[in-house]
Design a protein around this ligand. Sequence first.
Ligand SMILES: Cc1ncc(C[n+]2csc(CCOP(=O)(O)OP(=O)(O)O)c2C)c(N)n1
Ligand SMILES: [Mg+2]
Length: 540
Amino acid sequence: MKASDLLVKCLENEGVEYIFGVPGEETLDFMESLRTSKIKYIVTRHEQVAAFMADAYGRLTGKAGVCMATLGPGATNLLTGVADAYLDASPVVAITGQADLKRIHKESHQYIDIVDMCESVTKWNGRIESPEVIPEMVRKAFKLAESEKPGPTHLELPENVAAMTTYEMYAAMIPPIRARRSSPDRQSLRKAADLIESAEFPVILAGHGVVRKGANSQLQKFAELFCVPVVTTFMGKGAVSAKSPSCIGSLGLSNDRQIEDVFSRADLIIALGYGLVEYGPKNWNPKISKRIIHIDFTPSEVDLHYVPEVEIVSDIRESLELLEGMLSTNKKSQCSIDLHGNFRDEFERIGSEKTWPIRPPQVLYGIRKVLGDSDILVSDVGTCKFWAAKFYPVYDNNTFILSNGFASMGFSLPTAMVAKMVHPDRKVVALTGDGGFLMNLQDLETAVRMKLNMAIVLFNDNSYNLIKWKAMKKFGTSHGVDFTNPDFIKLAESFGAVGLRLKKAGDFEPMLKEALTKDVPVIIDVPIDYSDNDLIYKLL
Ligand SMILES: Cc1ncc(C[n+]2csc(CCOP(=O)(O)OP(=O)(O)O)c2C)c(N)n1
Ligand SMILES: [Mg+2]
């Protein structure tokens, strides 16, 4: 069997539905093998988008998303999305072409060492040097990508290896069996239960791990039963529904009000599926005074501000289930504190104002009203992300998607496209700044070609506002942050998409509703007033 056919067969064996990518001369054999496969090849207009799409597929399904690029510039373009999957713990298998093995020892056209380049952004990474190893290497790439903590792996297929043939006996498929995780250690559970019982004011810090593994219902039940307030990281939003009295907001900015109001009172932090990359512990434990219980699939990172007294390294859902049976104390004193009521009132009050130019909370309030509980909001990186993360109430698991480990601009359009592919029955909104949107704008063509409907709510302020805002705070002035924009209506139309411009605040909701009825992407150009930015710090 030909090596490239064997690679495709192995990908089919892993249940791969899509490969996102941009082809090149060195991937011709692989592309030809894919032509007759049931795997759908989604050709993108930039490799970064292909990697972001694989990343989004991984986040939304738990199965590795697959992206592909050619050697040299294709691979370097792919890297940003792969790095995003690495720091945001998303399962991805990246495949790149490479030059013929007979020319990689010397200076030669488009050759750089891609395996070396990918080393720091992958869990595992290797070059396929002969066809016989393909079944093992593919299985290993998927197994490692999908196991906790998930992340990207990379396979490189040199041009001459792709064209080689191998004996059928080497083409046997390895079944993709998922290993069960071991049960939590009973001694650690007992210790954790004792710590919770004796704590005055325990607080749960729920991170992306809860969302990733769908431990949300178990967490909500636990938190409500024992009246433990839950603060989530930005990527942990949805770990408890914002409708639950236990949900008191999200944490991700220094000087957040939660730190003052809740974390300063807390004597015990129960960290659940929390990754330090999401929000450093120095921010919420500056005096190293908190007792900490770490519950996650993997042991904790070593950090002076995060030294757990007990670590339960196991399945989060099962750990909570078992802890529930061990706890007797019902912290009724905390039940009477309505920590969330304040937020709900603020949300209603600020969100329903109709000033012009419109401000971010009013837009988010409108989005929340138009979207159902399980519809999806994707946020790009910039001031829009902080507003959404602090202000937008999330009701269901994995319905608020953002990049907050790597925090890469340009993330929202590719992610929203995949959200619509994976959940065609749900409404999808991408919230983005004008800076982030133009970083991957070219793939509006891919979205139009695929007839993917989503509303792209674009905060138009002619600047990299987040950086401008921070510069103003630090120096009282800013430099190198302003730019001009194209006419987004004409731009959308030239792609075959739809462009709408908001002209008064009261039009936002009907405009968004209309946008979500099309069969192509719709850009809503929103002239935004960022003068309320300091409010982000104060909102619960
Ligand atoms: C790829 C990338 N480049 C640079 C940055 C640094 N950065 C973070 S936010 C930001 C500004 C974002 O501008 P825009 O998308 O217009 O959003 P706004 O802050 O104006 O709402 C920049 C440059 C980044 N996070 N990612
Ligand atoms: Mg901007």
